[in-house]
Design a protein around this ligand. Structure first.
Ligand SMILES: [Zn+2]
Length: 257
């Protein structure tokens, strides 16, 4: 079974020293593509290196995550934009980008960075990978004013009204291990057509529930995610995995061998 991890952070410090082992485990489990999402200029640079190190397996999504806007160095926003523009061709998406109400104190800076990242996606004609927390309605409302190729709402949890609108707009949804134990996420899977769905781990995010508790999050978890999706959708796991490969190819314009 071929599997996809459409959202992971391979440049995160928690993975330092574990990457070769992690990639070997992923390949062994059938993972054929990983999209590594950056957070700032440093991780953008490293994600490009990883894409070169693991060709036809690791693909970079570059951008500035607004949790980092308060620690951005002078000119880092512009330098990151310049860097991403130079990586046109190898960059497969702009991500991970976010609007998060939990970080309301930096709201103005967040919205500025978010807008710049969306404009960059327009210019480079790249898909965007978005995380929203408490802002999903607002984001789904504002995105049609941008000329975006494809939109992926990562770890979509609520509200269901925004899910309906997002699906009407042709957006994709990506979900990970919570599919196994969260009723809310299972409902999202139930309501999302299989043709709009991708799978992710968001590693190194740690999952505290069984069967993943106490481990460094691995792309090989995707097999469990696919099996849980198959159960909800009343499909065979193989069939789910095949459709997710097709969705991935259509969304990122990447051909899986
Ligand atoms: Zn993430």
């Amino acid at each position: 079974m071929k599997l996809i991890d459409a959202h992971i952070h391979l440049s995160d410090a928690e993975y330092t020293g574990h990457l070769d082992e992690l990639i070997a485990d992923a390949k062994n489990a059938g993972v054929t593509a990983l999209v590594t999402n950056s957070m700032d200029l440093k991780t953008c640079i490293n994600d490009i290196k990883l894409a070169e190190q693991y060709p036809n397996l690791v693909y970079p999504a570059l951008g500035i995550h607004p949790w980092n806007v308060n620690v951005l160095k002078e000119n880092e926003l512009q330098e990151t934009i310049d860097f991403i523009q130079k990586q046109r061709g190898i960059t497969k998406a702009i991500g991970e980008i976010v609007l998060d109400y939990k970080y309301e104190t930096i709201w103005e800076k967040q919205t500025l960075v978010f807008d710049k990242m969306l404009r960059l996606a327009e210019t480079l004609e790249l898909p965007v990978i978005i995380h929203s927390r408490g802002t999903t309605d607002k984001i789904v409302e504002m995105l049609p004013s941008y000329n975006l190729k494809h939109v992926l709402l990562h770890w979509f949890s609520h509200p269901m009204s925004a899910l309906t609108k997002a699906l009407d707009n042709g957006y994709f949804i990506t979900e990970g291990p919570p599919v196994i134990y969260s009723n809310g996420i299972r409902e999202v899977i139930d309501k999302t057509p299989i043709t709009n769905l991708l799978t992710e781990t968001d590693g190194p995010v740690t999952y505290w529930k069984q069967p993943f508790s106490g481990q460094l999050t691995k792309p090989s978890y995707i097999r469990n995610v696919v099996e849980a999706v198959a159960e909800i959708k009343k499909m065979h796991a193989e069939e789910v995995a095949e459709q997710i490969i097709k969705n991935f190819e259509a969304f990122f314009k990447i051909k899986i061998n």
